[in-house]
Design a protein around this ligand. Structure first.
Ligand code: NFE
Length: 498
């Protein structure tokens, strides 16, 4: 039997996404991922001073402004031929890593966990376990004071199998509330040097304007310690609880099988913690920016749009998304934590990342190939955070109160620059052109644009679309399998349709 299912709006993500599925005998045979709005940041930037760019582009998103800001100043620094001093580089690493922590905690607890945790079971608990009763009372008072229940974000929800162990459910729900404080704390960690968060005030070409002091170093240590404790005692065990009860999700949601990372977190010697690289058809290759294109056959842009050209055409025949279709050498590519873990693992340059990954695979009895899955994408966030926490501690100790955090520069009349980094959701690039000291061209290619792209000029579906095809949806009124697969990519449509 053929059926069509539409999940619209697709909730608990950033921005406006619609998912359409074609099913045959409960199996997805076709999938469309539609970005539902156009924003026009590249148009807004044209004609402005390039010095505005890191402030304007941070407004693309409140979740990952650090990476947009950093991509922007990197593109400017190439154009201005300016080198960031050591303190500036370390502060940027700290701010970006803290933003990863915030983003991954939010994604796991506040966006995805409700696909697995049985939140309603908790309020009907009638047992005598004092600890569990205490949690129930605590949750009741929390939800009453915050007026969160029984409305959004907990209900309505799909009827599906959720975590069965009541203790795991209750502890996960407690962690949901604690995680709200943790994401605030991660924002505070960014703000120590950013002045404020979201949207950092201190990030400039040439470095960061905020000075290093021993008080700020102590504040960083303290906030990082609390975040690390939550990560180690809660996030890791909650992920293992989900993996233990839903192991089938290691076999669901396999994507396009191609991965890319632009590389991020540089040290003094120019070495990169998560290296740049591309995996196509299972083979690792060096990143070559010349291979990047943007296709628009199914996107709501004129046919002469593409990389560097964006002309909206809302009523274009056959187009179903406001997201363009970026391709690498003509191929769809998945970006994000899983891509960073796999390209880092395969590069052979990252023994630490490999060791953490191998430990996870051993604990779950899974292979590296199994990570290309719904649960593998969740696991990749935990794996990379484990590596990042250790390096964050080191970076904080490397800060030097006696050294500068930024250097001066001259704005040239003409110039060009490319800023590449890794946002929490994956490879992010900003391409800048300057004429008459004004921005003459600005192009962003953003992680969710890669992952949620529609079909390309050759009719090949994007990574999320491919991950959905082949999925068995047991109950089309409650298409939980499809929702879990899409959410594991952590889509940010606000970014994708920038
Ligand atoms: Ni709006 Fe972002 C990240 C970027 S995703 S969250 O991470 O860049 O497309």
């Amino acid at each position: 039997m053929s059926e069509n299912v539409r999940i619209d709006p697709f909730t608990r993500i950033e921005g406006h996404l619609s998912i359409s599925l074609e099913l045959d005998n409960s199996r997805v045979t076709g999938a469309q991922c539609s970005g539902e709005m156009f924003r026009g940041f590249e148009q807004i930037l044209r004609g402005r001073s390039p010095l505005d760019a890191q402030q304007v582009t941070q407004r693309i998103c409140g979740v990952c402004p650090v990476s947009h800001g950093i991509a922007s100043v990197l593109s400017q620094e190439e154009a201005y031929k300016v080198e960031v001093p050591k303190n500036g580089r370390i502060i940027r690493n700290i701010m970006l890593a803290a933003n990863y922590i915030q983003s991954h905690i939010t994604h796991f607890y506040h966006l995805s966990a409700l696909d697995f945790v049985d939140v309603t079971g908790i309020l009907t608990y009638t047992g005598n376990d004092r600890f569990l009763k205490g949690i129930k009372d605590w949750v009741q008072s929390e939800v009453q004071s915050k007026k969160l229940f029984p409305a959004a974000p907990f209900l309505p929800r799909y009827e599906a199998k959720y975590l069965e162990n009541p203790e795991v459910n209750m502890s996960a729900l407690r962690n949901y509330f604690t995680a709200l404080d943790m994401r605030a704390m991660a924002h505070q960690l960014v703000a120590i040097f950013a002045g404020k968060m979201p949207h950092m005030a201190t990030l400039v070409p040439g470095g960061v304007t905020e000075k290093v002091t021993s008080k700020k170093i102590a504040l960083c240590r303290s906030k990082l310690g609390t975040l690390k404790d939550f990560f180690e005692t809660s996030y890791i065990s909650d992920l293992f609880a989900v993996a233990g009860e839903f192991p089938e999700y290691f076999d669901m949601g396999k994507g396009c099988g191609n991965f890319m990372s632009f590389g991020v977190f540089t040290d003094d010697r120019g070495e990169v913690l998560f290296p740049a690289g591309v995996i196509v058809d299972g083979a690792q290759q060096p990143l070559n920016l010349q291979h990047i294109t943007e296709e628009v056959r199914y996107s709501k842009y004129s046919d002469d749009s593409g990389f560097h050209t964006t002309k909206p055409e809302p009523h274009k025949q056959g187009a179903y998304s406001w997201i363009k279709a970026p391709r690498y050498n003509g191929r769809p590519i998945e970006v994000g934590p899983l891509a960073r873990v796999l390209t880092g693992y395969e590069s052979g340059m990252q023994p630490e990342l490999k060791a953490v990954t191998d430990k996870f695979l051993q604990a779950t009895g899974r292979s590296l190939a199994d990570l290309d899955s719904c649960l593998g994408r969740h696991a990749a966030r935990v794996i990379e955070l484990q590596v990042l926490f250790k390096h964050l501690e080191q970076w904080i100790e490397e800060l030097d109160p006696a050294a500068p955090t930024c250097v001066d520069f001259r704005l040239p009349a003409t110039g060009k620059g490319i800023g590449l980094t890794e946002a929490p959701r994956g490879a992010l690039g900003h391409w800048l052109d300057i004429k008459n000291s004004k921005i003459s061209g600005y192009e962003c290619i953003v992680p969710t644009t890669w992952n949620c792209s529609p079909r390309d000029n050759n009719d090949v579906p994007g990574p999320v679309e491919q991950a959905l095809i082949g999925t068995e949806v047991m109950d089309t009124s409650n298409p939980m399998e499809a929702s879990r697969i899409v959410r594991a990519f952590d889509p940010c449509l606000a970014c994708a349709v920038h």
